[in-house]
Design a protein. Structure first.
Length: 159
């Protein structure tokens, strides 16, 4: 009798998990699709992304204090408001999932409107052998700097 009860209890638990999965997970997927949110079309497969011989230049860790100093120096030199852009991980997933050889992004300054006074940053996936990074202090906030490599590794977007 006890064994039957445990089997029944286990069966109910498995069915509850199955029902939860079907109801909540499929509803979450449906809600994401109705909101225009798609899951990335690929898994992160780095097999084609990195060259056998990588070179330095993939970014250098910068401390928060030095990052703030660099931003303030740019601000005072060019007498401009602070400039920056946000790209979601979804945008990065889209780039890397559609190009399985891309191992980095290139950022371009642009202007989208004729009288637009804001700075627009565009990003594009690319492949470069300069992928090694210089890591910073353990447990420190993660921020990286990179030097401008254009026109060496970039061209007008999409080319």
């Amino acid at each position: 009798m006890k064994v039957t009860g445990y089997v029944l209890l286990a069966s109910l638990a498995i069915n509850a998990v199955f029902a939860f999965n079907n109801f909540f997970v499929s509803n979450a997927e449906a809600n994401n699709k109705s909101a225009g949110i798609e899951a990335p079309p690929c898994a992160c497969d780095d097999a084609l992304r990195y060259d056998k011989v990588e070179k330095e230049g993939g970014g250098e860790w910068i401390s928060t204090e030095n990052g703030k100093a660099a931003i303030n120096k740019f601000y005072s030199t060019y007498k401009t408001a602070y400039k920056g852009a946000f790209f979601s991980k979804r945008a990065l997933d889209e780039i890397f999932c559609k190009d399985n050889k891309a191992n980095g992004i290139v950022c371009y300054f642009g202007q989208t409107g004729e009288k637009d006074t804001t700075v627009t940053l565009l990003i594009e996936g690319t492949h470069s052998e300069t992928t090694l990074i210089k890591r910073g202090e353990q447990n420190a906030p993660t921020a990286f700097i990179a030097t401008v490599k254009c026109p060496v590794i970039c061209s007008p977007i999409g080319q």
